[in-house]
Design a protein around this ligand. Sequence first.
Ligand SMILES: Cc1ncc(COP(=O)(O)O)c(C=O)c1O
Length: 475
Amino acid sequence: MDVAKARSQYPILTGPQPFIYADNAGGSQVPKTVVSRMVDYLLNTNVQVGADYVPSKVATRRVMEEGPTAAKILMNAASADEIVLGASSTMNVENLAQGLTGDIKAGDEIIITGEHEANGGPWKRLATRVGATTILWPHRPLHSANPYAVALVLDDLLPLITARTRLVAFTSCSNILGSVVPVADIVPAVRAKAKEMGAPKVEVCVDAVAYAPHKKVDVRAWDVDYCVFSCYKIYGAHVSAMYVRSDALKNSVSSVVHHFLKVPEVAYKIMPGGPGYESVYAITGVIPYLLSLTPDGEKLLEETGLLQDATADSMPLLTNPALPAALDTSWAAIAAHDHGLLAPLLAFLTHPDQWARGVRIAGDGGAFNGQSGDEDRTVGAAFKPHVAGRAPTVSFVMVESSNGKPQLGSKQIVEYFDKKGGIGIRYGHFYAFTLVSKIAPGGDPADGVVRISLVHYNTVAEVERIIEVLKEVLA
Ligand SMILES: Cc1ncc(COP(=O)(O)O)c(C=O)c1O
């Protein structure tokens, strides 16, 4: 992957005063190719959709066809009719829970995690509305030496499944821990256990918001019923895409749109009020951007006319049979680059010197953990080590040092970076309130964890600079 070329899309990273943006799990940068689509939409087709005049026909195609088709491809859904587009993932899951209110009954059980509240709160509120119960799938410590190195482990989920289980809602990647949760292993195990227990209907809802910037989301391979991600974290604009399996649209979800709108059994039935149209259309720019990261992808862009004209009709590309393989190549390039960023950062943070200073990785330090290697894992057989598949989102907390240095809080560390300038990192609970309440030293979720979150347009040199500043603040 040509990182310099990727970075040329982002003036904030490369301008006269380059900024090291390491807060990507909060929202990514938007490449020029995506911005140009938004500008083109607003300047040339910002009219009402669904009318018969010519600009409206173009706008309708862009918003109703091209944007959902691009999201369908990014999800690997079977049909664009299964794609809900909404203002945010939080809003999309809330609307989904509203739509499921008639189908989830008193006594049903909903399993949730302590990860981002977007895939927790809506289910808790639904449970309260109908008299169902939520049950927490807790995180488990991976290392006896580090209680902050926690993960979701399948062995802990399966005993929670009973004849009353109706929905299992979890994340495919933690926005705090960076750990990838093996959805393709979990879903069949959940379905088999539910069948054994006699549960009549179990659905699965996956929050892929922190996963989608790094890896290919594949709702069909995962066999999930609902899946959501936020386009503004995957190099798009502020809009969210949610997959709803067509079977669920027919048999589980009721319409939440105006009563007089006779919507068929498609995603639109849980889209009360539309998202920003230019943001929906901008999703069509994300795919060309991802393709531009590899020579294979560039070739396809050239063949479909998008290399020559970044705002050209995207349908020839979106319907091209070579697209899935070219996108896979881009995801592989991103994964390799991500790993290259992760390795030095984890190696530094888990070094015995940092351990003595009181640094504890929140999540999986894996083979890089200077204190306790993989052999110390206390997890069950179904658990796969995360580091190779881990996202470069690294959080840590500070405990008392064993070398007499003062204990630092997350806030103090981030304040040091902010004073220094030129680097953006954050601290707090990042809305994974339940998880962070459990792992924050002193039980203070507001101080929470320090989070450094990187994506493919970050460089190893940037990571080295972050490490230099960490060395200063930890000295
Ligand atoms: C893992 C995860 N899930 C859900 C969300 C919520 O996304 P949105 O801001 O689109 O509601 C976030 C946002 O930070 C997140 O990181």
